[in-house]
Design a protein around this ligand. Structure first.
Ligand SMILES: *[C@@H]1O[C@H](CO)[C@@H](O)[C@H](O)[C@H]1NC(C)=O
Ligand SMILES: *[C@@H]1O[C@H](CO)[C@@H](O)[C@H](O)[C@H]1NC(C)=O
Ligand SMILES: *[C@@H]1O[C@H](CO)[C@@H](O)[C@H](O)[C@H]1NC(C)=O
Ligand SMILES: *[C@@H]1O[C@H](CO)[C@@H](O)[C@H](O)[C@H]1NC(C)=O
Ligand SMILES: *[C@@H]1O[C@H](CO)[C@@H](O)[C@H](O)[C@H]1NC(C)=O
Ligand SMILES: *[C@@H]1O[C@H](CO)[C@@H](O)[C@H](O)[C@H]1NC(C)=O
Ligand SMILES: *[C@@H]1O[C@H](CO)[C@@H](O)[C@H](O)[C@H]1NC(C)=O
Ligand SMILES: *[C@@H]1O[C@H](CO)[C@@H](O)[C@H](O)[C@H]1NC(C)=O
Ligand SMILES: *[C@@H]1O[C@H](CO)[C@@H](O)[C@H](O)[C@H]1NC(C)=O
Ligand SMILES: *[C@@H]1O[C@H](CO)[C@@H](O)[C@H](O)[C@H]1NC(C)=O
Ligand SMILES: *[C@@H]1O[C@H](CO)[C@@H](O)[C@H](O)[C@H]1NC(C)=O
Length: 667
């Protein structure tokens, strides 16, 4: 039986009853050791093999007679030759090659090419698998060398692949169904990024470019000797605070001297101690995840709101450095966030996608047809079990989860609305497997599946919402799949596709798709909602939103956005965060009520908002503030922070955005 629960129990047993386990000990010389130790134990034949390929690689890497692009491609060719003979030796060869030739920082060499362990997210095996699959002399090599080797090759021009045979011809003058005037509500939450190692009192102002607020990072400057440690700025320093199973907030024990002052304790001094609910430089402690979900429940009660279902657009797992990203924590973070959602949202079904962090090793997923997918099926198994155990999906849908890399389609309680979820790692530039066979449009089979689902819905006059983690406008979305998704969206808009939802950027954004590059008002085809994150990392206040949805057309009539001022929790003696309504889209972007109250917030509405952002600094500033949820780090348009807002909001793919800003991108 599919849901025997054995795997589930095994996995569940890794969940500790309480937050904050210590970091797994990973000694800094570990990868050196294992590579050397492994190497020392090699037979002389294997040693000769490694040496032979290292010499071949180094010769290419150090030759001056070729372009950086050709060198990179030549290296891939040598790697492929080696991979086809001895896949198992690729991590040893490439880790050494990377370090010996200063290809990257030592740590990055170890993470990118090192042998996989459960303790660290090393991708040498995936790199080897990719080598064995790819054709380095095709665009596979060029794309790889652009994205993964610091733009060694130019970005190839995006080829045009005709997939129109996948669908019946589009009917002319297709129209969207009429609004009924009656609405229901849907919750949208995103990017929780639970940090299991978040530690109250740890340095939030860390200087080593890693994850702050954890025991493994600090500030490289010692506190001045006379630093005033009697600051009330950070007094919410109660370790072990949590929400109990009844939903009550329980304060932990007060840390006595988190600043530790200068002098003899200098090495442990902390400039900005992490407080209970999080910091702008850090991922979410579990208590913040709970607080955000509790605020959803509280507003529901206060406003007599019910949600028919929830959308979760991915990223349960933290942004820890790859050496601290491990298998056990990744599973535990996935399980805990979904457990907490179930606890607070009760009977509301949550439809979820996997984010780029929600896998192990980080960012990787292999095609079924590659032969390497077995390594990743644990995740789809886990999701199928968790989601069906939570009663969010039924057994048939759980089966789809296994077949579509955690993606599925589900007819909602409104029979005429279907939700389709996609795993965006299938088009993620950091996934090695996406560099295989890049001229072949659909190695994962996801595009064809999506089209088949859309064709079926079109036939039934059913409307569809599509969800994925990474928006196509993001640098992380590979151009060829992005272009194909756009073709699909154009084909099935506006009549079938009624909504597109993403997360990933942590900002509250939108992105309009036009029929042509002119970005003319009236030429818009569809648009995407990009949800704000719960995690405060990269300077945002935690936030979430819900939508009012028409019961007949499934168009969205309004969005309501909530947030909490995280900085108010630093020095409030451990009091709970206060969550507030930030804005609703209709009132914020159409204060004069020019848009008919019975018209949906469709692509035309957002196209008008985008034009307004392009012509009015006040609107751009407002959009920027909402984007950051009014944090202390709001962008300042007068200082040039909003220069690309118009291009961002009027582009649907990174390529379109890139052309719009003339290469002057932010990323
Ligand atoms: C991996 O993590 C486990 C569990 O914390 C630990 O016992 C083991 O020593 C770690 N291995 C290495 C090589 O760091
Ligand atoms: C390649 O060029 C660099 C600097 O341009 C030079 O230092 C190096 O000696 C050259 N190597 C060879 C093998 O010619
Ligand atoms: C739609 O209109 C175009 C241009 O008028 C025409 O070429 C095409 O055949 C029409 N398609 C259908 C399905 O009627
Ligand atoms: C810390 O500051 C508070 C308020 O300014 C003051 O009442 C208290 O005496 C100070 N404590 C010490 C140890 O200086
Ligand atoms: C989060 O909420 C869950 C469910 O109520 C609870 O079991 C858990 O202890 C909470 N954790 C924290 C850190 O608040
Ligand atoms: C963060 O640390 C740096 C020293 O590394 C210091 O100059 C700066 O003032 C600190 N900022 C805060 C907010 O503590
Ligand atoms: C709450 O909303 C429901 C419909 O969703 C309605 O039946 C009920 O009367 C409302 N209760 C209050 C107190 O407004
Ligand atoms: C590319 O994909 C196609 C279709 O999946 C397959 O037939 C072909 O063998 C693949 N080519 C390579 C080089 O793997
Ligand atoms: C959006 O709705 C308005 C008003 O109903 C309509 O005129 C417009 O054509 C719609 N835009 C799109 C792209 O469907
Ligand atoms: C928190 O940040 C907001 C926005 O910058 C600011 O208005 C507020 O004064 C800050 N609160 C505290 C306690 O620093
Ligand atoms: C917006 O502000 C910038 C910088 O202050 C200024 O250069 C620009 O002219 C302003 N644009 C509009 C439309 O007001």
């Amino acid at each position: 039986m599919l849901f025997s629960g054995i795997l589930f129990l095994l996995l569940l047993s890794t969940v500790t009853a309480h937050p904050v386990a210590g970091g797994h000990p990973v000694s800094s010389s570990y990868y050196d050791d294992i590579n050397n130790a492994t190497y020392d134990n090699f037979s002389s034949k294997d040693k000769r093999f490694v040496k032979h390929y290292l010499e071949k690689l180094s010769k290419v890497t150090n030759s001056n007679s070729t372009s950086t692009c050709q060198r990179c491609v030549n290296e891939l060719n040598i790697g492929k030759e080696a991979a086809l003979k001895r896949l198992d030796l690729i991590p040893t060869i490439f880790t050494k090659w990377c370090k010996d030739n200063d290809i990257d920082k030592k740590k990055n060499c170890e993470m990118a090419y090192g042998r996989l362990t459960v303790n660290s997210s090393t991708t040498g095996a995936d790199f080897g698998n990719m080598l064995s699959l790819m054709d380095p002399n095709s665009i596979d090599g060029e794309y790889y060398c652009y994205y993964k080797r610091k733009k060694a090759c130019d970005l190839p021009e995006t080829i045009d692949i005709d997939i129109s045979s996948w669908w019946p011809e589009k009917l002319n003058n297709t129209v969207t169904p009429e609004n009924s005037g009656e609405t229901f509500n849907v919750l949208h939450i995103s990017d929780h990024h639970l940090e299991l190692h978040y530690t109250v009192g740890a340095e939030a102002n860390c200087t080593d470019n890693g994850m702050c607020c954890t025991p493994h990072n600090d500030n490289d400057q010692k506190l001045p000797i006379n630093w005033n440690t009697n600051s009330s700025t950070y007094n919410s320093l109660y370790s072990g605070s949590y929400y109990n199973n009844e939903g009550q907030y329980v304060l932990g024990s007060k840390l006595l001297n988190p600043f530790k002052s200068g002098g003899e304790n200098q090495d442990q001094s902390v400039w900005q101690p992490s407080t209970i609910f999080g910091a702008y430089t850090c991922d979410s402690p579990e208590i913040l995840v709970n607080s955000s979900l509790k605020s959803v429940a509280d507003f529901q009660a206060k406003q007599n709101l019910s949600f028919d279902f929830a959308l979760f657009t991915g990223d349960l797992v933290d942004h820890d450095e790859l050496q601290y990203t491990n298998y056990a924590d990744s599973i535990e973070e996935e399980e805990l966030v979904f457990r907490d959602m179930k606890k607070w949202l009760k009977d509301i079904p949550v439809y979820s996608v996997m984010g780029n962090h929600d896998t192990f090793p980080y960012g990787q997923i292999a095609q079924e047809s590659s032969g390497f997918n077995n390594k990743f099926t644990w995740n789809a198994d886990l999701m199928a079990h968790l989601w069906s155990d939570n009663n969010w999906i039924d057994a048939g849908t759980a089966q789809e989860v296994l077949e579509h890399y955690c993606g599925f389609s589900v007819t909602t309680k409104h029979k005429n609305l279907k939700v389709i979820t996609l795993n965006s790692n299938t088009y993620y530039q950091k996934n090695y497997y996406s560099y295989w066979n890049m001229t072949e449009p659909d190695t994962f089979g996801t595009l064809r599946w999506l089209v088949d689902e859309l064709v079926e819905s079109e036939r039934k006059n059913q409307r569809v919402w599509i969800m994925a983690h990474i928006p196509f406008i993001d640098y992380d979305a590979l151009p060829i799949p992005a272009k194909l998704y756009v073709k699909i969206i154009k084909r099935f808009s506006p009549s079938t596709i009624a909504g597109i939802f993403f997360g990933h950027t942590h900002q509250d954004q939108f992105s309009v798709l036009y029929a042509s590059d002119g970005k003319e008002l009236g030429d818009e085809v569809n648009f995407a909602w990009i949800s704000q994150s719960v995690t405060p990392i990269s300077k945002h206040n935690p936030g979430w939103r819900w939508y009012e949805v028409d019961k007949n057309s499934f168009n969205i009539m309004n969005s309501h956005n909530y947030f909490t001022k995280l900085n108010e929790t630093f020095g409030n003696n451990g009091a709970e965060p206060k969550w507030e309504h930030l804005y609703d889209a209709r009132e914020a972007y159409d204060p004069q009520h020019k848009w008919p109250s019975d018209a949906p917030l469709n692509a035309t509405f957002w196209s008008k908002v985008a034009k307004e952002i392009g012509t009015s600094n006040a609107t751009a500033q407002q959009y920027g503030i909402y984007s950051y949820r009014d944090s202390p780090y709001n962008p300042v348009c007068e200082e040039g922070d909003c220069y690309d807002y118009y291009c961002y909001t009027t582009s649907f793919t990174y390529e379109s955005y890139y052309n719009c800003v003339d290469g002057n991108t932010r990323y």
